[in-house]
Structures are given as C-alpha cells and as structure tokens.
Design a protein around this ligand. Structure first.
Ligand SMILES: *Cc1c(COP(=O)(O)O)cnc(C)c1O
Length: 471
C-alpha cells in the first residue's frame, strides 16, 4: 500500500514512513492511494476485537510489517482495555418514544477517552518500526488534557520512544494531570509550564521550527493528523456494525466531533465497503463543521470554551482528507483551497461538492445547557452517567429521530461515546448532582506519587531540559 499527500506535491510513501512522518512534506495529510475492501462481514462476525482489527488494518500495513508481529502488537494494544469486547455497544433507549439509541463505548482504555483506541496501537507501532530501523524518536506535544494523557500512557515504557508533554500549570483537571504525572516511566515526562494551552502549543511549534534541535533529538509528534490514528479508528465502526446489524443492513453513526478525526474514520470504513446509512457530525457551540456542511463555507470564528473542551476547535485539520476525495483527488485544488483558507480565514466549495458530501453526512449542534439536560435525562431514565462530549452526540441524534436523517426506525443508530463521565466530573456533577467515580482500575490515581518537571515558558530552557533528560 502506497500513501499519497492531499496536496499532491509530496512523494508517495509506504506505511512505516507515513507513521513516522505524520504530516507530508508539502503540508498535506496522507491517504491510501486506493481504498482496500473489507473482508465479507460474515467472515468477521463473532470473532474477537483484536482479530477483526488485524483483518481490517492488514492491507494498510502489509508491505511494511510482518504479519505475526502485527498480530502481537494489536493484541497487546487492546489488552490494555478493561473489557474483552474492547469497544462494547450498549442500548440506552431514548427520550423519543419507541426509538432506541445504541452507545458505542470508546472509553474503556487506560486514560478513559477514545484517543486510547488509536494511541495504544500507535505507540507500539512506533517501537516496532523504530527497532527495525535501529532509530529512536523524541515525541514532543502540548496538551490541554486528553491527548497528552493518552499519548503519554501509550508511549510510557516503550523502548525506542521518549515523550515530553507540555501542559498549562494549574489549568488541566486533576484527573488529567495525574494521568500524566503518575505513570512511573523513566521515558515519559510531564512538563508544567506557566501560562495557557496556547503558550504550550507555541513553545512546541517553536521547538519544531528549530531545525538544529529537531534533527539532533529526532523530534516527532503523535497528533491527530497521523494516518495510523485514523486507521485504528476504522475498526470500531466495523465491530459496532457487526454487533448491531446481524444481517449486514446499513447503520447510522452519530459522532461528537472536534478535529474531524473520529468521524473521518467512519467515512473511511464506508469507502472500504461498510454499509453506512448516515454519518452525523455533532458539534458544540464551536460549530465550524456544522456551518460548513450546511452552507459550503468554512469560516474561522473565536473559539468559545464549553463543557466539552475536546471539541473546542475552529480548524478541523482532518477535513482536508475529505475535501481531497470530494475534489476528485486533485492535490493542487486542495492546496489552493487551504492557502485561501489560511490567508482569508474563510473558504467555500462549489454547490455540487457540498451536495455530494450531503449524500453521506448530516450535522447538528448542541449548546452546554442542552447537553446538561441530556446528561440529566439519560441519568434519570437509565442510571447511566454520560460525559459532556457524548451528550452532545446523543442530543443531536435525538433531534433527528422524529423527522430528519435518523427517522427511519429500521436503521440502527449508534452514538459514539468518546469519554468516561469521570474524566469530566465537574460538568457531570453540575448536571446531575452526582460526582462520577473513577473506574476501579484507576481507583488509586489520587494516592499515586506524581513526577512533574516545572519549566519556564522559554524555548531555551525546555530544549536544555530535553537534552539533559536524553543524556
Ligand atoms: C478528541 C476528542 C473528541 C474529538 O475527536 P476528533 O477526532 O477531534 O473529532 C471528542 N470527544 C473527546 C472526549 C475527545 O477526547
């Protein structure tokens, strides 16, 4: 399998190079040169998650990774989840009489958010590919909470990877901070920086722009534009489909969306032949995607903070992959579009392109008050506590059950649950009066000892610290 850049000007690469590169050299994102087709669903039905994962992902990696090694890596990655189904599906009914919604629980991994599904695999793939090449990398990132903890957990204890995550001191939740500071792995470093998430992000960008430093320490990133993350997420659309549609009839999915990575994996599953009826993009008040899929114009506005912070995004990087396909894989056209977007803060697609996208996608938005009402209603009716991101998806789904894209009662509706309620305890407590408890396996999080390095918001200081730690 070869991979092409969405901007058409970078060399085609194989899987291992795409994994390590992340972004293409022309600024684009990688996509497979052709879409492989899934094995017949009957052949997958009834098999364990890790085996299905290997079958679904194999064509993407086959040229670069040995089959037995890949099977071992996948099995190890998903053994870190707390249920054998890995991503179980749970029926939760709905507030709309006679209609049932199905929750796809993606938060059963070590850090309680769906990013574990991709990152537990990607951390191990890094180690494997780097060992083959006898190389090391130093992962550097900034986090406001979720991505950093998932990436640190995935890289902790790996042989060939060191990871340094900058977080704004005092501005993450205590759970998020402790998930980064209590790993007890010599190669995983949580750096507390005075300032905001944007300050941390700027320091990371500056470190990547320092080419001498970047080459010296082999700097790398694990951000959501990495193809391997999208690839790993395709799997749970397939396993959810198998479990809710015994005869292989189409299923609709509702996806709480920020950077467009999760829902893009559903779209990729459809390219591979999975029968999907509708893909619903659910946004909070930061509704750049809802506006784009309604009007065909994407325009940046101010980010407003919400109770679902992992969706507080105005530039959804992964949308570029969808645009590439919608524009007939014309890399030059995508490059033009992105450059207009960068210079004007706004860009439009032709009505015919929007119409084509709308044959698959629908969209909706929900504000914090409505999301809190959903958390309360579902708790009253079922006893289940939803996290605020998941609640945005459920609320949007419910608004489409009577009239609209999800009205056909014969099509199962699967809502993706992207975090455990205990990851966002304040919003859940405010909605229900109940503070969600951490799952048992994290029960000692508050007793574990923390290791955190305090650094000034200064590039030179951060580079010295990284050099010293790497010895
Ligand atoms: C990252 C994240 C999202 C958004 O996912 P994208 O792939 O960026 O669309 C939604 N919910 C939670 C809890 C997340 O951590």
């Amino acid at each position: 399998m070869r991979y092409v850049s969405t901007r058409g000007a970078a060399a085609e690469l194989g899987f291992a190079d795409v994994l390590l590169a992340g972004l293409a050299s022309d600024g684009g994102l990688y996509l497979p040169a052709q879409w492989p087709q899934l094995p017949p669903l009957e052949e997958l039905r009834g098999r364990p998650y890790d085996q299905i994962a290997v079958e679904v992902m194999w064509p993407f990696v086959a040229d670069d990774i040995d089959r037995a090694a890949f099977e071992r890596i996948v099995t190890e990655a998903y053994a870190t989840f707390d249920v054998p189904e890995v991503c179980p599906v749970v029926p939760i009914g709905s507030s709309v009489a006679g209609r049932d919604l199905l929750l796809l629980e993606l938060f059963r991994g070590p850090t309680l958010a769906f990013k574990d599904v991709a990152l537990q695999l990607v951390g191990r793939l890094f180690d494997h590919v780097l060992a083959q090449r006898d190389e090391r990398i130093c992962v550097l990132g900034a986090t406001s909470g979720d991505t950093g903890s998932a990436a640190m957990d995935a890289c902790a204890g790996r042989d060939r990877v060191d990871i340094f995550i900058l977080f704004p001191d005092g501005r993450t939740s205590e759970v998020q901070r402790r998930q980064m500071t209590t790993l007890g792995a010599a190669n995983a470093h949580a750096l507390a920086v005075p300032g905001t998430f944007d300050d941390c992000q700027d320091l990371v960008k500056a470190a990547f722009a320092d080419h001498v430093f970047r080459d010296e320490v082999h700097l790398s990133a694990v951000n959501s534009i990495n193809w391997a993350r999208v690839m790993a997420q395709i799997v749970y659309y397939v396993t959810a489909h198998l479990s809710v549609s015994p005869d292989g009839a189409p299923v609709s999915f509702v996806v709480p969306t920020g950077n467009f990575g999760n829902v893009l994996a559903g779209w990729a599953a459809a390219r591979m032949g999975l029968p999907i009826e509708r893909l619903v993009i659910a946004s909070n008040r930061n509704d750049v995607l809802t506006r784009f899929f309604t009007t065909g114009t994407m325009a940046i506005t101010e980010v407003v903070p919400t109770t679902s912070p992992s969706m507080d995004i105005q530039v959804s990087s992964n949308l570029e992959r969808l645009l590439f396909e919608a524009l007939g894989r014309d890399g030059a056209a995508v490059a033009d579009l992105m450059s207009t977007f960068r210079s004007d803060g706004s860009v439009s697609v032709e009505p015919a392109v929007l119409e084509a996208l709308r044959t698959e996608f629908d969209c909706g938005r929900l504000d914090d008050t409505a999301a809190a009402a959903v958390i309360r209603e579902v708790h009253d009716r079922t006893g289940l506590l939803l996290d605020p991101h998941t609640a945005v998806g459920i609320g949007v789904a419910e608004s489409m059950l009577v009239a609209g894209p999800l009205a056909d009662p014969t099509v199962p509706v699967v809502c993706l649950a992207t975090a455990h309620a205990a990851k966002f305890p304040d919003a859940v407590e405010q909605a229900t009066g109940i503070r969600p408890a951490l799952p048992d396996r994290l029960g000692d999080l508050y007793e574990r000892s923390e290791r955190v390095e305090h650094v000034p918001a200064d590039l030179g200081a951060i580079e010295s610290l990284i050099r010293a730690e790497l010895g």
